[in-house]
Design a protein around this ligand. Structure first.
Ligand code: TXA
Ligand code: MG
Length: 330
């Protein structure tokens, strides 16, 4: 059992200590604008191994390498195509991860043996300060137990990984609440492997030929993470499309099932009382930012079934529907 130290990111001394742990091969979780990451030195195989072990993550699922400046890319990427520079100019720092040809300076375990490496420049100032101070490429998977919803608060990191990692830089809940968009620029057309904080529409404004990866058609594709179970709370997650469907589902449930609801539309008054917890979101962005923390809150309460309202799969709604779909085991 490791003691997980809670660092205050507002104290410079705490930031220095967290960076020193990373330089010495330790694991420190830190906030980003998307979700918390579990940082380790991407050039240290023992450190990377520890991150996989702490999460219980399958070793065929590669990690994202976090950098503070595009100038660092030449150390870790074999080449950086023009289109990658355009995406960086428009969206970085921010919630975009770019898959590029790799160099050997990043250990094989980080990239799960692929000949590419995923690079991201987080915007969050605590993440940036830590990356600058550590002055290393930091591999950081989301700081949750593998298969569980990502952690959007430091308390959620401690719930999942307390005693398994060296420290966590505390700080405010993450703004965006779902992970970065992953785009592969090593193919003929830039291809979105995971939708997230930067929308497909935004990417297409920069490059109209951006494609969306379709796992049904192309199962060989190099995003191994898509094969695994993801984002699942202990409660059953059920996606509902419309009010009539909501009533039909409710009628099918036993009275004693402990229910929760999250969505943009309010529940009809007549049925609200059947729900032990409900969260009405202002819009899709608000829905995305609180989805994972709502899942975790429901688990703490012992909720058995969470009904999630479906939204249009456009803009941030596309990433939201992806996460709800996976959480429901689709
Ligand atoms: O917002 C985020 O991206 C967060 C924060 C901490 O940066 N990180 C995150 O990491 O979500 P993780 O490990 O939970 O998800 C990384 C995703 C996985 O789907 C993985 O398969 C994909 O990135 N990935 C990593 N390297 C890749 C590569 N070389 N080629 C294709 N996909 C890759
Ligand atoms: Mg993850």
């Amino acid at each position: 059992m490791t003691k997980t130290v809670q660092y205050d990111p507002k104290r410079l001394q705490d930031l220095f200590e967290a960076a020193a742990i990373l330089r010495n091969g330790g694991c420190v979780a830190f906030p980003t604008e998307t979700v918390f990451g579990l940082g380790v030195d991407a050039t240290n195989v023992v450190a990377v191994q520890r991150a996989f072990e702490a999460k219980g993550r399958p070793s065929d699922n590669p990690l994202i390498v976090h950098l503070h400046s595009p100038n660092q890319m030449k150390l870790y990427c074999h080449s950086v195509p023009e289109i990658a520079h355009r995406f960086i100019e428009h969206f970085c720092p921010g919630p975009l991860t770019i898959v590029l040809p790799r160099r050997d300076s990043i250990v094989n375990l980080v990239t799960a043996g692929l000949d590419t490496v995923a690079i991201r420049f987080p915007k969050h100032e605590v993440a940036q300060a830590l990356l600058r101070e550590a002055n290393l490429p930091i591999a950081a998977p989301s700081a949750n137990l593998s298969g569980r919803p990502s952690a959007t608060t430091w308390q959620a990191v401690v719930d999942d990984l307390g005693g398994r990692i060296d420290g966590v830089l505390c700080g405010e809940p993450c703004d965006i609440g779902i992970e970065s968009t992953v785009i592969d620029v090593t193919r003929e057309h830039p291809t979105v492997l995971r939708c997230g904080g930067v929308t497909l529409e935004q990417l297409r404004e920069v490059a109209p030929n951006v494609m969306m990866h379709d796992s049904q058609i192309d199962s060989s594709v190099n995003s191994p993470g898509l094969r695994h179970r993801h984002y699942q709370p202990a409660a059953r997650v059920v996606l509902i499309d419309s009010s009539p469907e909501l009533r039909r589902i409710l009628n099918a449930f036993d009275h004693h099932v402990r229910l929760a609801y999250i969505g943009i539309d309010r529940l009809p008054n007549s049925i609200e009382s059947k729900f032990e917890r409900f969260r009405y979101c202002d819009n899709e962005a608000d829905y995305a930012s609180c989805l994972f923390s709502f899942f975790r809150e429901c688990d703490h309460l012992g909720i058995e079934t969470i009904l999630c309202q479906g939204v249009d799969a456009t803009g941030i709604g596309r990433a939201l529907m992806d996460r709800i779909g996976r959480a429901s085991g689709d």
